[in-house]
Design a protein around this ligand. Structure first.
Ligand code: NAD
Length: 348
């Protein structure tokens, strides 16, 4: 596509990411109008990028509370791209005939659970309701980005979609866990009562360029990388034996796109995430090595309700979407470190 020129915000390395995403997609969407709510955030901005490369008309709607205009700056003058600064908790009315809605619009960092719990609940409940009304009006498909957090501290590992969850409804993470659970319930209610074509992606920890680093209690990969690049201590909670399974953004974008656009997936709920489990201590050590940092590891108390293990069962995604992650942790970390390295170099 000629209109989206690679420049400051889309250097060569990230074009390579987009090329890999496009190569993993075989569904055509050319000429369709697609709404990306939360499109200026980490995953949303990559989805806008992907859809533009596939010649869709993209409406990006975002209130910029955790997203950045820089993530979509390079599309602003492109005729197939419209940016609307809007909060999804306010009613949404659009005239263009929308074919697909991607709902990414929610703060999602652990630091934000403490600072903005009401906003998080409102985005995933009231905001989801507004987007479902829009989907109903336009007869559009609606992809809701749910989370592995709805499983809480899961007792079944790897965790399949049939696991009901082990969640503290009044704990410090409940605004996010319960907000997403309610969002899922709303999607299913609109499917049952109004026959809206909803699909739910339960996303497990995903990382890559443009993910935000939110300080000490932020998401673990950007936090470790920034701490390592700054030579600060790497803050590991507990003894670091808790595990996570990480997925690089290219794989996630392909899975999300397939789930949203395939013709026969009405009402499906699908786990998307990395299949390999790693302890947080091993992750810290790997990042120190890869960044050649002098940082040492500092152990801090484990936050309340921190899940001990997290690993998705992805058999359903393998079967329904012919999907499984392809980018290993070493390659994904290398690209993400490079992204943060550039930011770090620009500031020094
Ligand atoms: N990245 C992950 O590992 C992960 C894991 C599980 C689920 N998810 C879900 O995927 C979605 C995107 O996550 P992300 O990592 O890109 O986060 P992000 O914070 O980078 O993006 C969220 C975007 O939504 C916007 N937003 C928030 N509230 C809004 C509102 N009320 N109205 C309009 N825009 C609003 C923000 O400004 C931001 O641009 C979120 O819903 C998140 O819960 C992400």
């Amino acid at each position: 596509m000629s209109g989206v020129a690679p420049q400051k915000y889309l250097p060569y390395e990230y074009c390579r990411d987009i090329q890999e995403i496009i190569a993993g997609i075989d569904n055509t969407i050319s000429g369709d109008t697609v709404l990306v709510a939360g499109g200026a955030g980490f995953l949303g901005s990559w989805m806008c990028e992907t859809l533009l490369r596939l010649n869709a008309n993209v409406i990006c709607l975002d209130n910029l509370v955790s997203g950045k205009i820089e993530n979509i700056q390079h599309h602003l003058n492109y005729p197939n791209f419209t940016f609307l600064q809007h909060d999804i908790t306010d009613p949404i009315s659009l005239h263009a005939p929308i074919k697909h809605i991607f709902h990414f619009a929610s703060r999602a960092g652990p630091l934000e659970f403490k600072k903005h719990p009401i906003e998080i609940l409102r985005s995933n409940t009231l905001g989801t309701l507004n987007l479902l009304d829009l989907a109903r009006k336009h007869n559009a498909t609606m992809l809701f980005t749910s989370t592995s957090e709805i499983y809480g501290d899961a007792k079944e590992i790897p965790t399949p979609e049939t696991y009901y969850g082990h969640v503290n409804p009044v704990g410090p993470r409940s605004c996010y866990d319960e907000g997403k659970r309610c969002g899922e319930a709303m999607c299913m209610a609109y499917a049952v009562q109004y026959d809206v074509d909803v699909r739910i992606a339960r996303i497990f920890n995903t990382y890559g360029p443009r993910i935000r680093a939110d300080g000490i209690y932020g998401r673990v990969i950007p936090r470790f990388i920034t701490q390592a690049l700054l030579g600060e201590s790497i803050t590991v909670f507990g003894d670091g034996s808790q595990t996570r399974s990480f997925c690089y953004l290219n794989d996630m974008l392909i899975g999300l796109f397939r789930l949203a656009t395939a013709s026969d997936l009405r009402g499906e709920v699908v786990n998307l995430g990395g299949g390999t489990e790693i302890t947080i201590l091993d992750l810290a050590t790997a990042i120190i090595t890869m960044t050649k940092s002098d940082s040492y590891i500092q152990f801090l108390p484990l936050p309340e309700d921190d899940p001990k293990r997290r690993r998705p069962d992805i058999q359903k995604a393998q079967k329904l979407l012919r999907w499984e992650p392809k980018v290993g942790l070493a390659r994904g970390l290398e690209r993400t470190i490079h992204y943060f390295q550039q930011d770090h170099d620009e500031q020094n």
